[in-house]
Design a protein. Sequence first.
Length: 305
Amino acid sequence: MRFQLSPYILDKGLNILSKKYSFISITEAIDMLTGVIPIKPYSMVLTFDDGYRNNLSHALPILSKYNAPAAIFLSTGHIYTNEPYWYDRMDYALQHLKCNIQFEFESNLYNFPPNNPFELSQSFHNLRYALKSSPSNYLSTLSKINEILSLLENNSHGSLYDIFENDPWTSLLNWDEIKIASKKGIYFGSHTVDHLLLGKVNSQVVLNQLSISKQHIENNTGQSCQILCYPDGDYTPEVIKLAQNCGYKAGLSIRGGINHPGQKNIFLLSRNSFPNRDNYLSIHAGASGLTAFFQRIRLNVNKHT
């Protein structure tokens, strides 16, 4: 039920974008933005979050076709434990429910009817958003997430663990694959150790997540890890300060928009989601930041109506 970009759309999109943009590495982009090297107009960086195996098995051949470098941001603890992400486990369990399940979270009731795909999907997305945006300390929220997962998996025909190792959409890269890819132009950056929302945990946890994940990547690739991607775009000024203290040079948000030389904060770089359509206008609107611009306007209008 989560959005997945198909290889066909990626190929078609890169084919269209390659006519106007130059695909550059993320380290080259940071050097441009900080004035180390001259800016190259119409430059684009491709990034992938979470470290799924399909970033290499499905996407890398297409990237190579267009000579496009890429950056993949890893949650290193999941690589060591080979543990699926909680939202993928939830997605799988919900799609294989045996019976209708209901439960409450923060005074809201969530209903999951196995025979109603639309309501099932809507409830999944609403619950996922509520869990991620909960004002509680995220470690407390994770405890609740584990309770929910146990309930769902106990009432499902199977769990993601049954297929995870070979599943093309949820399996994760291992260190051997990462080492090989790092020698083929793929940059690996930090997405923390445990994919924690950094703005919702204390400073010591943040420091551990940033410093240990950095060390994991550097030890396994032999390359410097100086760029951070905040899980779900969650950060605070304190998180940025700790990232700087750990030796990071830049941070990626999930806010849509365009980055410019001399911009105020290199630790809050904008990114645009890759359009899930194969037509020329949608792809260029997404890449240029126009889609993100109109989405912000729509959100502001909704807040005031």
